[in-house]
Design a protein around this ligand. Structure first.
Ligand SMILES: Nc1ncnc2c1ncn2[C@@H]1O[C@H](COP(=O)(O)OP(=O)(O)OP(=O)(O)O)[C@@H](O)[C@H]1O
Length: 731
């Protein structure tokens, strides 16, 4: 059995991850996989490179496959004995005899309704008839309004509002035929309500935590020969049922029998607890109605997640799972055709997803997983409204009675906006947050190099210099002139040079390099090619490059055909390049969370990585094309500041550095302009790009570490024994 199987993962999936050499689940996977398999909403806030993608893809794949398998085998509806199959338990709450916003847990013993304004009810799959004394227990497992009791088949699901149902509500009222009268006492979370039906004495009564509350109703003559079913109605509440298969918390009074032990001659199946033809038809999704929708903030990331799913599902056969990538830049007609041929899991970027849903080509009717990867990034990009709109359209309870599950993740999930969204859309989500707010993995060594054009004057007469962004083309900038504009231009020149220095100093043959703008990326690409040729082979990844070129460039870098990938923040999040040893920040990001994401491109999957940030000690004037800029930067040379309706700002990196340090609560080590990173700081055992050496508890190392402690223990033990023997009384 693989380690993943021990966490409840199917052997077929376990085998596929084993082949990927994932021997053990990462911490976040060990926490999140069982939670998602158990039906929960999860907020996953683990550090970069900690395996979040697998943590949500594996359980989703498993549940989607199991559902398809059930449909294939004609079970249609999973669990809860609803299908009436041979293995089904007789006493469970019904998937079919229920209100459409009430969820029943897979084993059929917990009911949950999250509607705030309406009541939603449910009846048991089995009932009792004929003289006898019957008992079951219902425990309130969450705050909210609930009413529990007995009803006949003719009763409506809003228990206690017609003459065929007898309910006891949390506010301390009993009700029948819409008549609400004081009874017993109020109850709430964790209280256990015993429901008693006496068809010998023809009475209904209730107990609270073992205390008998007395007779609530007399069963009218005309109902005495009817079948009575356990029933519940909830408003934003949850109740757990025990029909006697487990020991009761409070045993029933003398003569009452737990329902599971009732003589079969008095037991009747609920005729409404079987799927109707419509429900069976509904359970089978239309081809273009996927079960899972995963939203990613960039095309590259969407493609990467889809590739992982394809690898994980390698051994999941019969039925096969169909996954589809929905991103811009790909023919929409092809995507529509694939949708019609059947899809189960969609990985998408927001724009194309909404287009296809809006056009009716993609249905949300069977969506049971709604995943927002890099959720804070999606919100930063302004997709909050779109997320709300989509969530509104997805049914909250699936055709087979399961609640929609929402999974939200990022390495930087603690923003106010994410928390608000979680409150709005998620149901009692569990936080999987192993290291606290925005932590940097220990495998990432990150340092800062100050670029100070006043101290380092090499820019005065540099022969090969980078083409700068042209912000100062009209300014009088020249060595010896120490205006802010001159120093700003000098920073731009020095940064090109420092980048090459960093590459040389660390013999970098693979690195990802982040620039602030697309123009900066293009200029750096030209410069590296100019000064190094093949030695500094590089490609760019940013929003002005065509989708095909972006893909080809990323692939070329992944396959080591080129050494350097120069990009904007479009690649800051999620991109996973195995064993990438180095990253360089030519400029710090203005959004502090993006620092965590950018440097997190290295030091992934337990490998070491070095991140070097070039930080200007003087303000630098840079381009900032907002909505007001008609061409959004293309051929725009308006160097006025934004306050004067221009397209430039002064960028103060020292401030951004302070903000980042404050946010992460650390001081990032500074190194000199020779960019030598002192080995002692990082224990000298590090080879960037390789797995951590001499760490962890490798067996050999472990023994070495334990020898002195064990010796000390042995000595103490022998001393203790000698003392004991010395003081033994002599007989
Ligand atoms: N259990 C595992 N064992 C070994 N390697 C793993 C395991 N889980 C994930 N990985 C590898 O770790 C790397 C990082 O995983 P992943 O991309 O899911 O990280 P992430 O947490 O999503 O990071 P980010 O926040 O940067 O998006 C990948 O190369 C993946 O193949």
């Amino acid at each position: 059995m693989t380690a993943f199987e021990e966490f409840g993962v199917l052997p077929e999936i376990g085998r596929a991850v084993d082949e990927m050499e994932w021997t053990l689940p990462t911490d976040v996977q060990a926490e999140a996989i069982p939670l998602i398999l158990g039906g929960g909403d999860v907020l996953m806030a683990a550090e970069t490179g900690s395996g979040k993608t697998g943590a949500f893809c594996l359980p989703i794949l498993q549940i989607v496959w199991e559902t398809l398998k059930d449909i294939q085998e004609g079970k249609g509806q999973k669990g809860a004995g609803a299908s009436g199959g041979a293995t089904a338990k007789p006493w469970t709450m019904s998937f079919f005899d229920r209100g459409n916003a009430l969820a029943v847990s897979p084993e059929g013993l917990k009911c949950q309704a999250r509607e705030f304004k309406e009541w939603h009810g449910c009846r048991c799959t089995t009932g009792v008839q004929g003289a006898g004394k019957y008992y079951f227990e219902a425990t309130v497992t969450d705050e909210g309004l609930c009413r529990v009791g007995w009803s006949t088949q003719s009763a409506n699901l809003d228990l206690g509002t017609c003459k065929y149902g007898f309910g006891f509500g949390g506010t301390g009222k009993k009700s029948n035929s819409r008549q609400f009268d004081d009874y017993g006492e109020a109850f709430g979370i964790n209280d256990v309500i015993g429901c008693l039906l006496d068809l010998q004495g023809n009475e209904v009564k209730f107990m609270k935590n073992g205390k008998d509350l007395g007779v609530a109703f007399r069963v009218p003559d005309n109902l005495r020969t009817e079948t009575f079913y356990p029933a519940v109605v909830l408003k934003n509440a949850e109740m757990l049922f025990n029909f006697g298969e487990e020991a009761f918390k409070h045993p029933p009074p003398q003569g009452f029998v737990g329902l599971a032990a009732v003589d079969q001659k008095n037991v009747r199946k609920n005729p409404l607890a079987v799927p109707t033809a419509a429900a069976v038809a509904d359970a089978k999704p239309k081809p273009n109605a996927p079960q899972a929708i995963i939203i990613e903030p960039s095309r590259e990331l969407a493609e990467q997640t889809l590739n992982q799913i394809t690898r994980f599902k390698k051994y999941l056969k019969d039925p096969l799972i169909n996954e589809l990538l929905l991103i811009g830049g790909v023919s929409v007609k092809t995507q529509m055709a694939v949708l019609q041929s059947g899809v189960d899991i969609i990985v998408a970027t927001p724009g194309r997803l909404e287009d296809l849903i809006g056009g009716g080509y993609l249905l949300l009717s069977h969506c049971r997983f709604f995943v927002l990867d890099e959720a804070d990034g999606l919100l930063q990009q302004g997709y909050g409204d779109l997320i709300d709109r989509l969530h509104k359209q997805i049914p909250k309870i699936t055709a087979d009675g399961r609640r929609l599950q929402m999974i939200v993740c990022s390495a930087t999930l603690h923003s106010f906006e994410v928390k608000k969204m979680a409150e709005r859309l998620m149901h009692f989500p569990t936080w999987v947050d192993l290291k606290g707010e925005d932590a940097v993995p220990e495998t990432v060594h990150h340092v800062v190099v100050r670029v100070d054009p006043q101290k380092d004057t090499t820019w005065h007469n540099m022969r090969q210099r980078i083409q700068t962004d042209g912000v100062h083309a009209q300014d009088n900038v020249r060595p010896g002139n120490s205006t802010a504009e001159t120093l700003s231009e000098a920073v731009k020149i020095l940064k090109g040079d420092y980048c090459v220095r960093a590459i040389e100093e660390h013999n970098m043959d693979r690195a990802i390099i982040f620039c602030r703008t697309k123009l900066d990326c293009d200029n750096l690409e030209k410069y590296l090619k100019y000064v190094g040729g093949q030695k500094y082979s590089c490609v760019c990844l940013h929003g002005d490059r065509k989708p095909q070129e972006r893909k080809a460039n990323l692939d070329a870098f992944k396959e080591k055909q080129v050494k350097f990938l120069i990009c904007t923040d479009v690649a800051a999040r999620g991109i996973d390049i195995t064993g990438l040893p180095f990253m360089i920040n030519i400029t710090l990001p203005d959004e502090k969370s993006n620092y965590v994401h950018r440097i997190g491109r290295v030091g992934r999957a337990e490998r070491m990585g070095l991140a070097i940030s070039l930080v200007s000690s003087v303000p630098e004037k840079v381009w900032y094309h907002g909505e007001w800029c008609k061409s959004r930067g293309r051929n725009c040379w308006n160097t006025n500041l934004t306050a004067q309706k221009g397209c430039c700002i002064w960028y103060n990196e020292m401030n951004y550095l302070a903000e980042i340090e404050d946010h992460l609560n650390i001081t990032i080590p500074q190194v000199d302009k020779d960019i030598k990173v002192p080995v002692n700081d990082f224990d000298g055992k590090v080879v960037y790009g390789e797995k951590v050496l001499n760490s962890g508890t490798g067996y050999k190392d472990h023994v070495q570490q334990l020898i002195p402690v064990v010796q000390q223990l042995a000595e103490l033990e022998s001393k203790a024994q000698l003392l004991f023997l010395k003081h033994l009384p002599v007989r």
